[in-house]
Structures are given as C-alpha cells and as structure tokens.
Design a protein around this ligand. Sequence first.
Ligand SMILES: Nc1ncnc2c1ncn2[C@@H]1O[C@H](COP(=O)(O)OP(=O)(O)OP(=O)(O)O)[C@@H](O)[C@H]1O
Length: 323
Amino acid sequence: MQPIISIRGLNKRYESGFHALKNVDLDIADGDIFALLGPNGAGKTTLISVICGIVNPSDGEVRVDGHDIISDYRGARERIGLVPQELTTDAFETVWATVSFSRGLFGKPKNPAHIEKVLKDLSLWDKRNDMLMTLSGGMKRRVMIAKALSHEPKILFLDEPTAGVDVELRRSMWEVVRSLREHGVTIILTTHYLEEAEQMADRIGVINAGEIILVEDKNELMSKLGEKRLTLQLEDTIERVPDTLARHELDLVDNGNALLYTYNANDKRTGINSLFRDLDSAGIRLRDVDTKQSSLEEIFVDLVKTPTPESTSGAQATAKDNA
Ligand SMILES: Nc1ncnc2c1ncn2[C@@H]1O[C@H](COP(=O)(O)OP(=O)(O)OP(=O)(O)O)[C@@H](O)[C@H]1O
C-alpha cells in the first residue's frame, strides 16, 4: 500500500549551519499510530515542521498522501492537522468559535455537523459555549486537537501531546488518540516517554542527532524486550562447549568460566529445563546463575549513545523520566 507520508533523502540545515536532519528516509502507513521517539534536540519538531510546511527543507522530497510539500503545498497541508507543543488559545473565545475559526483558516466552507462531531468525539460538546479561559488544562489540550481536526485532515501530528501533564490526563489523552485512529486518522506523535510509545504506537521510530536510527513495528520491538540472558557461572573452567550442549547455542564467555544462554521469556518453552538436564549429564557444575532482561529503555539508551554531549544528556533525561 502507498504510504500516506513518504520522505526521501531529507536534509535540514538551519541558517546557523546546524545540520538538524540528516538524510532522513521514512514511510508512514495510512491508519497507523507512529511514535517518533528521541532525546531533546534530536530533530523531532524540525521533522514535523518540515512535513507541515512550516520549515523549508534544504534538500530531499516529502510527499503527503501523494502531494509534494513544496510544489503542491496546499494539497499537502490541507491533509494535515497539527497540534503544536505550546498551548495557544484565545482566552476569551468560546470552544465552538475557536474550532470553527480554525476550519475557516483552511478556506473550507462551514460545516457545523463536522464541528459537532469533533467536539463530541473529544468530549467537549458540553463545553462548546464556554470560554477557553474557564477550561482545565486537559480540556484546553483537547480543544487544540479539535482545532487541528476542524478541517477534516487525514493525518494528525501531535508534538509532545502529554509533556508535563499528570498520569491521569496522559491516559485520557491516549484514549482520545486511539479513538481518532478508529475514525481513520493517521497519527504521528512525538514523545520522550517510552511508556507512551509502548502504549500507543503501531510503529516506533527513533531519531537521534538528526538521524532516524530505527523504525520498527512496536510488537516486534516488544518481543525483543522479552529477550533474556542467563549467565551460568561454572565451578570449573572449560575450553569449549561440549557437543552434547550444541543445540542450546551457548556462548562460552569470561575466559571459559561462564556460559551465556539467550532465550525469550515470552516463549511457552524457554528451554531452560532441558538446558539444566543436559548440563548435568555433561558433568558441568554451576557456581552461580544470573538472568538479565533488556528493556526498551536499554535498547533506546543504547541506540542514542553517541558522543555528542546534547544527545547523551537527552538519553539520560529519558531514562530518568521513565525510571
Ligand atoms: N531555527 C533554528 N536555527 C538553528 N538551529 C535550530 C533551529 N531550530 C532548531 N534548531 C536546532 O535543531 C536541533 C533539533 O531541534 P528540534 O526542536 O527539532 O528537536 P526536538 O527533537 O524536537 O527536541 P525537543 O524534544 O527538545 O523538543 C536542536 O539542536 C535545535 O537547537
């Protein structure tokens, strides 16, 4: 199937000379929830801004539902709804007026039935005549989403939708996003929170220092998380793994003093019982055992471990955020 967003060889160099996006290639499938994950300063907002036509690319090609973002800017832009990081609402407007006005900005004819549907989907219908200044933070965020959906876009960008919001509100935002997807909207969200990506995304992309370093199906990434390593410390040093243990694909480590067994904890059969039986038959005696599980956290921190001070501190911040 044609991807709804297709990016090829995208580069962005800011006037300062800073190379913020480096040869980005990325496809996003229609109807997906795609989470773009990366430390501070990785280039997430820059990438979204280029796709939305707010920042000019230096070179490369971006197509939105087949429309080139430069030669067919309007065609591309009207397919996109953008919810920026900052909440910018006009305090004295009503919910209804501000959402209707946003639709008008795209030159779309009035469609009260659509505005009504959007407000109902976002549980804002009862508040339609209230002024924005009277709404809670969570409701204001939902108004921002309603504004972005007012012109019936096929794609919704959410830049850090839950930054700085409490756990309860974060979960309710996740519900909102899931229900939008059920209505056929493709959603691209940026986040620092691994848990958010785990909970919501169909696919996860990781960006670091302007480069996309991983794009993977969420479930595949999660099954990698099930991977565990069992370290068997041996009583006596061995020179090689005995042939009778070959089927367990063990690695001999620590100068022959330990064996390493890798298995998936999510599998019905981990092979641990037969491993222990075969070790016993081979006369290998154990001094100690230890298991270690890799987490998405570790995978992520590993991936973004580059020498640049900015990306390193960002990775640490992410680890801390989710500790
Ligand atoms: N107008 C600009 N001129 C020069 N450099 C810029 C400009 N805008 C952004 N940058 C730089 O580009 C890099 C990427 O910034 P960007 O805002 O895209 O990152 P981000 O991943 O969205 O970060 P955050 O998670 O902190 O929002 C940063 O190093 C930033 O300082």
